[in-house]
Design a protein around this ligand. Structure first.
Ligand code: PLP
Length: 469
């Protein structure tokens, strides 16, 4: 492709993306295709000769687009959001154009230093403790794995890095913690059997006294407790584990405290939501995802540690081919995580924060929280609906309940959700809370307005009427 062709298609693609974003609401939110339908339209061999961009773009629109879920749809209420925004997309375009590989300071000084600066901005925006230092990881799952590995090394005085793990270590998380804790504990050598799932209270938050009991019990059995993962904003219901009492236990028992705030962390840019971080002074590490609620394209996960020296000691490597003359003076982020190669992710975060400003971001997050409160009120006031968990942020857990037995209610709600999603007008997902099938209304898409939430509610009312007939 020559420069002129590149420009032509570049302009065309930007036009297409701009139109897509303004009209994404016209697509069915989730693809109605069945498994194999996309694959059957694609050749089984790579083309021998290069094909035109014209043809490629046509195929993208005809064969790929109908098989996508539209995460930027204003009626996206599933999982948690994965927002983008115009400024983030433009930064990603620059990042792709430059194609820098930012593994060490030398391979792009601006990328390394911008990452430091932007993560310090973010730290201040969330009011995280001053002594915490940040690095961008790809995902919260990776950040949690990094925390578990560092906790393992600290618990074994860096022996397991050298000689392998000699004695089982135990990790603690609430029964509502994200599955990335289990994945991380398996990979980091704790073993699935050495995860203790701590019971939760009526608000689905970890009960600190149960944590303490479990730690004492494990010590009595000759096991070595090493790490606690607390969650701010659990995936099922955005429950908030109480950091302060959990932190005190960690301090007393000398356990690493990792805090997973993947979705909820963004809300800490609001002064009125900082209560979640009470006890933050006990945290050894903290992660949240600007790629969820802070309008920054996937992937971008902000990971903070209290003691970077332990992190670096866990991950550092010094092959000759990576040595530079400035290693003693700079941050080489290759030693702050698992991968060597790193994308230039700080740029999109910088663009987002500068273009919206802290107040602009706060306004959007407040609006989502307000919309969730409105939706919660509708649910609570309706005889056939039941609220299933406290609404701490912008997620509402609810179900249809006409008084039939629990098993029948589970089936009823499953059918209810399927019908809602089949309409193509909304997309919601479910969870179970104490065995009860629950719908999750996750409000947090950048373009979601009151009318979208109201339309979703009206659809729910009419679907409920049909199904309860
Ligand atoms: N932790 C929590 C609480 C989450 O809700 C999620 C995803 O929704 C994750 C971790 C995993 O995030 P990621 O996809 O960045 O690994």
């Amino acid at each position: 492709m020559n420069k002129e062709e590149f420009k032509n298609f570049g302009y065309k693609f930007v036009d297409w993306v701009a139109d897509y974003l303004s009209e994404v609401g016209k697509h069915p939110v989730c693809s109605p295709l069945i498994p194999g339908q996309v694959r059957s339209k694609l050749p089984s061999q790579a083309p021998k000769k290069g094909e035109s961009m014209e043809k490629l773009f046509k195929d993208f629109q005809k064969k790929i687009l109908p098989g996508l879920a539209h995460w930027q749809h204003p009626s996206w209420f599933a999982y948690f959001p994965a927002n983008n925004s115009p400024s983030s997309i433009l930064a990603e375009l620059l990042t792709a154009g430059i194609g820098a590989q930012c593994m060490i300071w030398k391979t792009s000084p601006a990328a390394a230093e911008l990452e430091e600066v932007v993560l310090e901005w973010l730290r201040k925006m969330l009011s995280l403790p001053e002594r915490m230092s940040g690095v961008i990881q790809d995902t919260a799952s990776t950040a949690t794995l990094v925390a578990l590995l560092t906790a393992r090394e600290r618990a074994t005085n860096f022996e397991s890095n050298k000689n392998g793990l000699k004695k089982p270590l135990v990790v603690y998380a609430s029964e509502e913690a994200h599955s990335s804790v289990e994945k991380g504990a398996k990979i980091a050598g704790y073993g699935k059997e050495n995860i203790r799932y701590i019971p939760t209270d009526e608000a689905f938050a970890m009960i600190p006294s149960k944590l303490e009991e479990a730690v004492v019990e494990d010590r009595d059995r000759g096991l070595q407790p090493a790490c606690v993962v607390a969650t701010l904003g659990t995936t099922s219901s955005t429950a908030i584990d109480p950091l302060s009492p959990i932190g005190k236990i960690c301090q007393k028992e000398r356990l690493w405290l990792h805090v997973d705030a993947a979705f909820a962390g963004t809300a800490a840019i609001l002064p009125e939501k900082r209560w979640m971080l009470e006890g933050a002074e006990y945290m050894d590490s903290f992660v949240f995802n600007p790629h969820k609620w802070m309008l920054t394209n996937f992937d971008c996960s902000a990971y903070y540690v209290r003691d970077p020296a332990s992190l670096i000691r866990t991950f550092e490597i010094h092959p000759e081919y990576l040595k530079t003359g400035v290693d003693a003076e700079v941050k080489n982020f290759r030693d702050w995580g698992i991968q060597l190669g790193r994308r230039f992710r700080a740029l999109k975060l910088w663009f987002v924060i500068r273009s919206y400003g802290v107040e602009g971001l706060q306004k959007i997050i407040r609006e989502h929280i307000w919309l969730a409160q409105k939706f919660k009120d509708w649910v609570e006031k309706h005889d056939c609906f039941e609220l299933m968990a406290p609404v701490n942020l912008s997620l509402v857990c609810f179900r249809l309940n006409d008084g039939r037995g629990e098993e029948d209610l589970n089936r009823l709600n499953q059918e209810f959700l399927e019908r809602l999603n089949r309409s193509g007008k909304v997309f919601l997902t479910h969870t179970t809370l104490r065995g009860k099938y629950v719908l999750r209304m996750a409000i947090g898409q950048r373009t979601t307005e009151e009318k979208h939430v109201r339309e979703a509610w009206e659809l729910m009312l009419s679907t409920a009427e049909e199904i309860l007939k």
